[in-house]
Design a protein around this ligand. Structure first.
Ligand SMILES: [Zn+2]
Ligand SMILES: [Zn+2]
Length: 170
């Protein structure tokens, strides 16, 4: 999925992509097809590109491992240039931290690579099935959300609780 500069006009054009080849499916499992919509136009020798990626990854809960279905949206904005000096110039003049200036060696934008990067940027640092998820019992591995195991009982009232805690510290 390469987009050469020569195919991009001065007028903004809207391109949409759904699913398929570029998505890192071996690393991120997804329900439904990912969608990307971009607006591109040429400005002098540079290309301005903005867009949005929407996809629905299914990720394991960090605490209990249950599958969590998410709906993520990542907006992005780039300026592609062949002139290295432009990169610094844009950073000074725009002052827009969300717009990234990228210097290319050839006048071709690799959309697949760009989209994949957005997937990773969109991924949450932490995934939880719920804020209250208590994860797995460290003793027996039971999912504490679904079941009650016998390891955790009697922590509070039992006169043996103190002994039990001492024992566990060893
Ligand atoms: Zn969980
Ligand atoms: Zn247990």
């Amino acid at each position: 999925m390469k987009l050469p500069f020569v195919e991009i006009s001065q007028q903004t054009s809207r391109l949409t992509f759904s699913g398929a080849g570029w998505f890192p499916a071996e690393e991120v499992s997804c329900s439904g097809a990912p969608q990307v919509e971009i607006l591109v136009r040429r400005k002098d020798k540079d290309v301005l590109l903005e867009g949005v990626l929407r996809f629905c990854p299914v990720l394991p809960c960090d605490r209990c491992g249950a599958a969590v279905a998410l709906t993520l949206e990542e907006e992005f904005e780039y300026i592609f240039t062949l002139d290295e000096k432009q990169v610094e110039a844009h950073e000074v003049e725009i002052g827009d931290e969300d717009c990234v200036t990228v210097c290319l060696k050839e006048p071709v934008i690799d959309l697949g690579e760009l989209f994949r990067e957005q997937v990773y940027l969109a991924m949450p640092v932490k995934t939880l099935c719920s804020e209250e998820c208590r994860g797995l019992c460290p003793e027996c591995g039971a999912v504490l959300k679904d079941e009650r195991c016998s390891c955790s009982k009697g922590d509070s009232d039992s006169p043996f609780a103190v002994l039990e805690k001492l024992r566990r510290k060893k």
